[in-house]
Design a protein around this ligand. Sequence first.
Ligand SMILES: Nc1nc2c(ncn2[C@@H]2O[C@H](COP(=O)(O)OP(=O)(O)O)[C@@H](O)[C@H]2O)c(=O)[nH]1
Ligand SMILES: [Mg+2]
Length: 255
Amino acid sequence: MFKAYTMQKISIIVPTYNERENITLLIEKLAGVLKGCEYEIIVVDDNSPDGTAEAAEALSKTLPVKVLRRPGKLGLTSAIYDGVKLATGEYIVVMDADLQHPPELVPKLVEKLAECDIVVASRYVEGGGVENWSFTRRVISLGAVYASRILIPECRRVKDPVSGFFAARRSTLLGWRPLAPMGYKALVEILAVTKPRRLCEVGFVFRGREKGTSKLGSRQVFSYAKLLLLLGFRRLVLIAIIFLILIVLISVFYP
Ligand SMILES: Nc1nc2c(ncn2[C@@H]2O[C@H](COP(=O)(O)OP(=O)(O)O)[C@@H](O)[C@H]2O)c(=O)[nH]1
Ligand SMILES: [Mg+2]
C-alpha cells in the first residue's frame, strides 16, 4: 500500500540536542520503514556536547542521512525551519529524535499527504494518547492546546495543534518564517501563517522517553506565550475591550 505513494521524495527533519543515545536507533528504524522509497533524513543538531552529530554522520556513509551542524542551541522551531530550507523532497515529515514519535507512523502520514497539505500526528483524536504523563504535564499540554484554539482560528481545525510530529508538502511550508525561533510549537506558527486548505489528523500514542532528558523548560514556555501574543494580538485586544465594556455596563446598572 505504502509503495503507491513513493513517487514523491520524502525528507524527514529531526532536530537534535543531546540525543546520542537515541539517534542511531531512530535512523535505523526510519530506514526500515522507508525501505524502497526515495528519502533523506536531515538531522539538525545544535552542537550537542554528547556527540549526537558524529553518531548521525557515522550513519551517513551507508544511509541517506544529512547532518546540519549549527553553532549552538538556537531553538527547536528554528531547527525545523533550517531543516525545511535544506530539504529536497516534496513531502516533509518533522519528528523528535527521542523515539517518543513512533517511526512506524511515518508511512501513514506520508500516505495521507496524497490528499492533504498538512497531516498532524495527534494525541487527542481516536487512536491517540500519551504514556506516563504526570497530571501537571497533562494540564500544561491541554492549556497550550486551548490557548492556541482561543487565540488562533486555524488551530481550531485540529485537536492537537501543538504536536511536534507532522507531515507537510514543501510547497505548503514556503510562506513560513519562524516567529518564535526558540519555541517548541512550530506547528502553531505554520497553521496560522500558511492556512492550509486541506488539513488532516492521524492518532498516535506519545511514548515515554526511555533515554536522555527533555529539553523543555521555562524559556520554551515563555517563547510560546510570546508566539500567542504575536499571533493572537487582535483577538486579545478584542477580548479586553469586551471585558471592559461588560465591567462598565455592570457598574452602571448595578452601582
Ligand atoms: N536542534 C535543536 N533541537 C532541539 C532543541 N531543543 C529540543 N530539541 C530536540 O527537539 C526534540 C523534542 O525535544 P524534547 O526535549 O524531547 O521535548 P519534549 O518531548 O516536549 O519533552 C528532541 O529531538 C530534542 O533533541 C534545540 O534547541 N535545537
Ligand atoms: Mg521528547
